[in-house]
Design a protein around this ligand. Structure first.
Ligand code: HEC
Length: 178
C-alpha cells in the first residue's frame, strides 16, 4: 500500500513537472523596473567602478564619525566595543589599514551597512567623508584629502597584495608566474 502511494506521488510530480517544462517560463512575477532595481544595485568594484558622484573631506568625516560611529567603534576607533577600525600596518590588529585591500570596498561597506543601527541612512557625500576620515586615521591619506569617485579609486591600500584570489583570472595567473 505504502509503495503504491509513493508511486502515485511520483507520477503526480512528473505530470506537474512536464506541464512546467512545456512552458517557456513559469510565468510568475513581473520584470523589475530600473527604478526598483536601483536601491539594490549598489555594489562597487575594487577598481572603483560603481562609485557614485559626490565628495567628502577628512574634516567633515570627523564630525560624522563623532556623531554616528563612536558609540560602537570608540572615540579613537581602536577601542571598540565593536570592530576596531583604526590600526597601522605594523600592528597585529585586523582593521582598515592593516587588512582591507581596496578603499572602494570600505566605501561600499559603510554605505550599505553602517551605522549598524541605521544602515543606508548616510548620503553619498557623508559616506565619502567618513571613509576619508577613516583612511586618514589609518595613516593612508593626508589630512587635507578630499575623497571623490576618482581619488578614492586611486588610493593604494597597504595590504592590497596580502590576498590570494580564490578564482584567479588569466591576467592574475600571468602576473603570478612573472
Ligand atoms: C550600533 C553600533 C554601530 C554603529 C553606530 C556603527 N557601527 Fe560599524 N560596526 C558595528 C558592528 C557590530 C560591526 C561588525 C558587523 C559585522 O561583522 O557583521 C561593524 C563593522 C564596521 C566596519 C567593518 C570593520 C571590519 O574591519 O570588519 C566598518 C568599516 C564600520 N563598522 C564603520 C562604521 C562607521 C563609519 C560608522 C558610523 C557612520 C559605524 N560603523 C557605526 C556596529 C556599529
Amino acid at each position: 500500500m505504502y509503495t503504491l502511494k509513493r508511486l502515485l506521488v511520483v507520477l503526480a510530480m512528473c505530470c506537474f513537472m512536464n506541464t512546467l517544462l512545456a512552458q517557456e517560463n513559469p510565468e510568475l512575477g513581473t520584470t523589475i523596473s530600473e527604478e526598483d532595481l536601483a536601491p539594490w544595485d549598489i555594489s562597487i568594484q575594487p577598481n572603483g567602478s560603481g562609485l557614485p558622484p559626490g565628495s567628502g573631506s577628512v574634516s567633515d568625516g570627523e564630525v560624522i564619525y563623532q556623531q554616528k560611529c563612536i558609540a560602537c567603534h570608540g572615540v579613537e576607533g581602536t577601542e571598540g566595543p565593536y570592530d576596531v577600525l583604526v590600526s597601522n600596518q605594523l600592528q597585529q590588529v585586523r582593521a582598515i589599514g592593516s587588512y582591507w585591500p581596496y578603499a572602494s570596498t570600505v566605501f561600499d561597506y559603510i554605505r550599505r551597512a553602517m551605522p549598524f543601527n541605521l544602515p543606508q541612512s548616510l548620503t553619498d557625500d557623508e559616506v565619502y567623508a567618513v571613509t576619508a576620515y577613516l583612511l586618514y586615521r589609518n595613516g593612508i591619506i593626508s589630512e587635507d584629502s578630499i575623497m571623490t569617485a576618482n581619488s578614492l579609486a586611486n588610493v593604494e591600500m597597504p595590504n592590497e597584495s596580502g590576498f590570494d584570489l580564490a578564482y584567479p583570472t588569466e591576467k592574475s595567473m600571468e602576473e603570478m608566474s612573472e
